[in-house]
Write a protein that binds this ligand. Structure first.
Ligand SMILES: [Zn+2]
Length: 286
């Protein structure tokens, strides 16, 4: 089997292929998704599909393998009310940290030195600091969290979006997410169900508070440094924070290409970085 027939997806590789992979790339991508309520026009797996689209593109451009995607993430605020049949499946922070630790330690055991977790689901980042540090301190491996362009971090795709910044183009179910799915999984986008964007401060807080996107803070008297553990439906009933109607599949294809190129350049740069592994054994694996 030659280079062109060895899959980038480790789930499709045999151990022979993986042994070949570690000779050409000590970087491995680990896509982490979510299964959570989005707007009525796009699936629960939206963040998972977007993560996968960008990782697949980056892996081939950077000649680096990727693991299978974890389709669940940290989504407690997307559960909705009990008994409504929303479908969100959330992992507690502790559960997700344990999964990330086990995945990273397994990969380091097999000779990968640089673990790049990739996720389009911004909330996954809220709970990972301690586990990423633990992996680094215990093994010496390089480990990082790469958030694909989303939420307020749109600098690398800003010019591709038609929405105005105040229309929250990178937020839940808006232009970016709808466009990427139109390009990547068009059969999963049901625009006849799409609803106009809805975002407001939670009503129970009263009139003095402002909220303009899905960041976990609220504004009070012009100041935004106030974090409250809110439920998503308290500030957006239809889980649609950005404008889906402006999305096109051309925009989506351009976003995937741009984001995949950026992640690939990052991985290529990372291949040059020297790290010293002090412990490859995953002795506490049982
Ligand atoms: Zn999303």
């Amino acid at each position: 089997m030659n280079m062109t027939t060895r899959s980038f997806n480790m789930l499709e590789c045999s151990y022979v292929d993986v042994a070949e992979w570690v000779k050409v790339s000590d970087v491995v991508l680990v896509p982490i998704g979510s299964c959570e309520k989005h707007g009525p026009h796009i699936p629960l797996g939206t963040d998972s599909y977007i993560t996968r689209a960008i990782v697949e593109g980056a892996a081939s451009k950077a000649n680096a393998p990727y693991t299978p995607l974890l389709p669940f993430g940290y989504s407690p605020h997307h559960m909705g009310e009990p008994g409504k049949g929303v479908g969100t499946v959330t992992l507690r922070g502790e559960t997700l940290r344990r999964i990330l630790y086990d995945i990273a330690c397994s990969l380091i055991y097999h000779n990968f030195n640089k673990i790049v977790f990739v996720s389009h689901h911004g909330s996954n980042m809220k709970i990972v600091d301690d586990v990423l540090r633990r992996i680094r301190y215990q093994t010496g491996a390089f480990v990082c969290w790469y958030k694909t362009p989303t939420e307020r971090e749109l600098s690398i795709i800003r010019d591709l979006l038609k929405s105005k910044p105040e229309e929250a183009p990178g937020w839940h179910s808006g232009e970016e997410e709808t466009a990427v799915l139109m390009a990547y999984t068009p059969n999963l986008v049901k625009m006849e169900r799409a609803q106009p964007r809805s975002i407001h401060a939670p009503k129970f807080l009263g009139e003095k508070f402002l909220k303009t996107d899905g960041t976990p803070t609220v504004q009070f008297m012009g100041y935004e440094g106030i974090w409250i553990p809110l439920e998503h439906h308290e500030y957006s009933e239809n889980a649609t924070i950005g404008d889906p109607f402006i999305a096109t599949k051309e925009t989506g294809a351009a976003i995937i290409e741009r984001a995949a190129n950026h992640l690939a350049e990052f991985c290529k740069e990372l291949k040059k970085v020297q790290v010293t592994i002090k412990n490859r054994d995953f002795a506490d694996r049982a």
